[in-house]
Write a protein that binds this ligand. Structure first.
Ligand code: HEC
Ligand code: HEC
Ligand code: HEC
Ligand code: HEC
Ligand code: HEC
Ligand code: HEC
Ligand code: HEC
Ligand code: HEC
Length: 413
């Protein structure tokens, strides 16, 4: 017995010593600095050491599709133009860009930068003359590329509200959402990790309404709230545990997701349809604009969207929804045009200064179209009755009277 116990202790000690040796060689000793990506992948150096230093991060990585497929260094290698740090014998970067992802996912990258999630999104805040949040300015080629798809959206000045609020407000606010299309120092545009959160990178997460809703929410673009109150949102809440949200995109069917989320309507290829990272492809109007006009490819966009609906609905149901939403859109356009005339008149006659955010009138007018006008339209197209009515049309009614009275009062009758 005693002998057995001695053997066991010796054996355990040997196992422990080997374990310590292995940990040290993987972790403490690092690498000699000239490993190729293939060697890193084979040896798992980053993963093994980070299992100790940042275990939570490694756990999320290992629950995603990249585990065992690509290494940490594939996404943290020092692409040209990025600031590299000397790290345990490796050259790594802190910030992974869309350029890293594009090395393997070129198609998704190309679609992303064609959409308004590309350069237009960043220029909406920074324009092309203000370097914000440690980002470079767009290059001439990047501007020309985006302007071809979305004229006037990148070759523009910085947003006046962003300037008024200043760097701190912008970096914790505007930039966090709008950097989905920011330029990077390696020459790429965008930040894929805004939807594919950093290390998990799972499609089930990208398909959740909450993912899009982290930006698409609040009084000026209440898409998440509208979705949550819609029939689709309520059904999704009740059925999400029965759905197969993680299925590979090319195999996604209505069996996996019988209820749509934001990504189903705007991105997925349902039942063999074409998936896209160009979220502009299925739209017909500029709903976010004060007065909504049809987009250049509006008819095509509408057909693309209807094709998605037809996976689950009959055509008359869809036509009815669009016809009703069109009524709200035209009515909102009329009201906004009427109030714009009042506001422009007050500016022209010197009651306030046009442009910028330095008069109470600027804010009243901004709220009118940017909160209530937009909300009425977005609610109508995405099935949010309360948002269309009580957060949209009601305020449009009330404030139309307020503008008319203000106009009369200021002009002294
Ligand atoms: C010997 C252990 C070890 C190895 C090997 C290692 N790391 Fe790290 N890494 C750490 C520790 C500890 C930290 C946190 C402290 C620091 O920044 O040094 C860290 C931090 C980082 C950071 C954040 C840096 C920052 O300043 O925020 C990145 C990115 C990173 N590691 C990536 C990698 C990649 C990629 C590899 C493989 C090529 C790797 N690490 C290999 C231990 C290691
Ligand atoms: C699919 C690409 C991808 C892979 C693979 C990847 N990372 Fe990252 N990593 C990112 C992104 C994106 C960020 C966020 C960068 C930023 O701040 O914008 C990041 C940030 C980090 C950070 C700093 C942020 C923090 O929370 O401390 C560390 C450390 C890090 N990664 C380590 C690793 C390690 C270790 C691995 C391998 C287990 C790994 N990464 C694999 C994309 C990746
Ligand atoms: C070195 C190549 C490489 C890089 C860099 C890379 N990926 Fe991947 N990615 C892959 C491979 C390989 C797969 C696994 C495909 C599979 O499961 O069949 C994958 C899978 C994915 C998937 C999941 C597809 C599914 O069906 O579940 C997403 C989403 C994704 N990558 C996004 C990204 C993003 C975002 C980045 C940058 C932050 C990135 N990838 C960086 C190679 C890469
Ligand atoms: C919570 C995320 C978020 C924050 C914070 C945010 N935005 Fe936006 N912004 C969005 C989304 C989402 C849209 C798209 C709305 C739509 O299409 O319905 C948008 C649209 C816009 C547009 C209209 C589109 C265009 O290209 O002209 C402008 C301008 C804009 N934002 C500027 C700003 C400025 C300036 C700030 C800060 C003062 C800011 N945003 C803060 C998410 C955000
Ligand atoms: C990190 C913030 C962020 C996330 C996450 C995000 N978006 Fe956006 N989205 C924006 C911004 C900012 C804009 C406005 C860009 C502009 O017009 O300047 C926008 C615009 C859009 C547009 C209008 C495009 C156009 O041509 O006018 C659609 C549709 C859209 N997003 C859908 C989605 C969907 C679906 C998801 C989730 C799968 C999503 N977004 C996730 C920030 C985000
Ligand atoms: C607006 C949110 C959003 C952004 C930004 C985004 N993705 Fe995706 N991505 C998704 C969604 C949602 C899916 C799953 C679509 C589906 O099938 O339902 C997806 C799927 C993918 C896939 C799986 C494709 C396949 O066929 O298996 C890859 C790879 C991918 N994205 C890469 C990227 C890259 C690279 C970027 C940056 C250039 C990016 N994504 C930016 C939302 C986004
Ligand atoms: C049932 C399908 C469906 C779902 C689900 C859905 N949308 Fe939409 N979305 C639409 C339709 C239809 C329009 C109007 C398209 C047009 O212009 O013709 C629209 C418009 C938009 C726009 C307006 C772009 C602009 O011009 O201002 C944004 C942004 C958007 N959706 C984001 C989202 C987000 C985020 C979610 C989830 C919280 C979501 N959508 C859920 C169908 C859907
Ligand atoms: C993946 C399937 C799916 C897609 C795609 C889809 N829907 Fe639906 N939708 C449903 C389901 C399920 C219901 C609940 C009613 C039912 O069971 O028939 C519903 C309900 C509705 C309702 C509410 C009906 C009521 O009277 O309560 C409207 C309106 C609607 N959808 C419009 C649309 C439009 C417009 C599109 C495309 C832009 C669309 N849907 C895309 C599955 C879908």
């Amino acid at each position: 017995m005693a002998n057995h116990r001695t053997y066991l202790i010796v054996a355990l000690a040997a196992v422990a010593a080997i374990a310590v040796f292995l940990t040290l060689s993987a972790c403490g000793a690092g690498d000699n600095g000239d490993s190729t990506v293939e060697q890193v992948r084979a040896e798992g150096d980053c993963v093994e050491c980070h299992r100790t230093s940042t275990p939570g991060l490694v756990e999320t990585y290992e629950r995603g599709p990249h585990a065992n497929e690509i290494s940490c260094l594939d996404c943290h290698n020092a692409r040209e133009g990025l600031e590299a740090i000397d790290h345990n014998g490796f050259e790594v970067v802190r910030v992974t860009t869309a350029g890293h992802c594009a090395e393997c996912h070129e198609e998704q990258y190309d679609q992303h930068i064609k959409s308004r999630h590309g350069a237009s999104a960043w220029a909406a805040v920074a324009g092309n003359t203000l370097a914000l949040d440690g980002k470079p300015l767009f290059t001439e080629e990047q501007i020309a590329f985006a302007e071809e798809y979305h004229p006037g959206t990148v070759a523009r000045g910085p947003n006046p509200l962003a300037i008024w609020e200043g760097a701190g407000a912008v970096e914790n606010g505007c930039a966090v959402c709008h950097e989905i299309g920011a330029p990077n120092y390696d020459g790429s545009v965008g930040n894929c990790s805004k939807c594919h959160l950093r290390h998990a990178v799972r499609v089930d997460e990208a398909r959740l309404p909450e993912t899009c809703g982290s930006c698409h929410m609040g009084p000026d673009h209440a898409q998440l709230e509208i979705y949550n109150e819609s029939t689709h949102g309520v059904l999704f809440a009740s059925m999400r545990d029965d759905m197969n949200l993680g299925v590979t995109p090319s195999e996604l069917t209505t069996k996996d997701m019988p209820v749509p989320t934001c990504s189903t309507c705007h991105m997925s290829g349902l039942n063999g349809g074409t998936m896209t990272h160009d979220v502009t492809e299925r739209l017909s109007y500029y709903l976010f604009a004060p007065i909504s006009k049809e987009r250049p490819n509006g008819a095509e966009g509408r057909e693309n969207m209807k094709e998605v609906c037809l996976n689950c609905h009959g055509p008359s149901h869809i036509e009815e929804l669009y016809a009703d939403a069109d009524l709200t859109l035209h009515r909102t356009n009329e009201l906004v045009a009427h109030v714009k005339e009042i506001v422009d008149g007050l500016y022209a006659d010197g009651f306030a200064t046009a442009g910028g955010f330095d008069d109470l009138l600027d804010y009243e007018w901004f709220d009118y179209w940017h909160y209530f006008g937009r909300t009425a339209k977005h609610g109508a197209f995405m099935g949010g009755a309360d948002y269309t009515q009580w957060h949209g049309n009601y305020d449009l009614a009330l404030r139309t009277f307020e503008f008319e009275e203000l106009d009369a009062e200021l002009r002294g009758h």
